[in-house]
Design a protein around this ligand. Sequence first.
Ligand SMILES: Cc1cc2nc3c(=O)[nH]c(=O)nc-3n(C[C@H](O)[C@H](O)[C@H](O)COP(=O)(O)O)c2cc1C
Length: 377
Amino acid sequence: MQMSKSEYDTLMDYRRNNVPLYNTQKLKLGVFGMNCSNGLMISEAPTSFRMTWEQSREIVMRADAMGFEIALPLGRWRGFGGTTNFNGTSFETYTWAAGLAEATKNIMLFATSHVSTVHPVVAAKQAVTIDHISNGRFGINLVMGWFRPELEMFGGRMLEHDERYHYGAEWLSVVKRLWTDNEPFDHKGKYFDLKNVQASPKPIQKPHPVLINAGNSPAAIELSAREVDFCFATLDKPESIKKHLAIKERARTEHGREIGLCASALIVCRDTEAEALAVYQSILDHGDREAARNMMSVLGIESQSFNERLAKSQERFVAGYGTHPLIGTPEQIVEQLANYSNLGLDGLVLFFLDYNVELAYFERNVMPLLKQAGLRH
Ligand SMILES: Cc1cc2nc3c(=O)[nH]c(=O)nc-3n(C[C@H](O)[C@H](O)[C@H](O)COP(=O)(O)O)c2cc1C
């Protein structure tokens, strides 16, 4: 049900005052993928990154101290094979976020939740619990799932592409009511038949934790414009953002709401451009081509976000799922981030070959320039 204009304005005031992702930083920043082995690098390039709790916590605590707004994990239940069994070792994301909620102060912790793997009553309760642990810093990244072998682990049939979003919309409608309705309710829909449904306490965030969605298909955009707070685009080049900006307009005109548009990016930043390019080349040279092939073959069939990119070489996949990499000196990185901001992007979740070491470098060498450029304060 759409809110009235004054209810909506009250909500946005509340968020601007209380929810880190609605702060006054011009370009929101996050760190992405450090709950899975190899992060987003389908590569055996040398790195000190290991998927352990100690490193995950250290990386997110560092990002928190740097003022980042988002800690975004990958939702992953099995690996992609190859020499690395890419992403084969991973932490479950609600429990990961709960642990990090205690270890951090300002950053928002997200769970990346494949909606078909968790019952809405359980998801709503887990989310509220983490929202309380973090004092209102929790959010859900809704994913419908595309990696068939991982969803087959749950025994259910995998729905056809657009139907996954219908399932997701019904799932979300139950979760939202659990977060906001004070009276018990019955729910009878296509996928759920639930009696006397109730949940207490309610989330700290009003009316509910921040929601993001990272699909780019028409079905995903439809759901995002209507229901979520931030949409994450998959960008093969910066200019591609232009077509994604339409979602903001659609949310505004069709649903009377403002939504943010973010993206993800590999950062390879070194003192000289030549060094940065050499590191990027090393990621490609050490690529686990078999794992990349396995992933690309599933993505081509099950996802509508990636079809065009599949025609290109595996290189982009090896270094970040086909998204546009940002490579260069600190000045060049800031220039590219400013370009994104000027094109209309509200934020970026960053990933690195060696999270801890490179985040520290980013803090020393890039953050001051981002401030000078007016992207951060
Ligand atoms: C920033 C970002 C993070 C994502 N994280 C995950 C993830 O952790 N697990 C997953 O299965 N899919 C993830 N995806 C994939 C999307 O959720 C979605 O399944 C994919 O884009 C295909 O959806 P579509 O065909 O509707 O565009 C992510 C995508 C983006 C852009």
